[in-house]
Design a binder for this molecule. Sequence first.
Ligand code: SF4
Length: 105
Amino acid sequence: MKSVTKGMSRRKFIETGAGCATAVTACAILGSRLAAAGGHLPKLDPDSTQAKTFKYVHASTTDGQWCSNCQLFQGGAKEWGECAIFPGKEVAAKGWCTAWVKKTT
Ligand code: SF4
């Protein structure tokens, strides 16, 4: 802790931390409100590092597995929806990635 706060007052450290937490919370709220209002988040780019990490594709080639039947898909019956693995982006209902988990509810 001492190295983090070196040259920074306790008050400034707390203010900076609170500011960062507020910004993160505001982005999360904005994203969910945008989705709830029928707005669309940007589509996940399959060529992005984030997508490649999980080998995400817009069109699944894995039998019986696609985003719309994955537990982490939050798009309901829509063609595109949010996914817990890729916050702030939408994935294709027909997409797939290595984090696929069978929908149980
Ligand atoms: Fe699709 Fe993968 Fe997200 Fe499941 S975890 S909804 S398969 S992108």
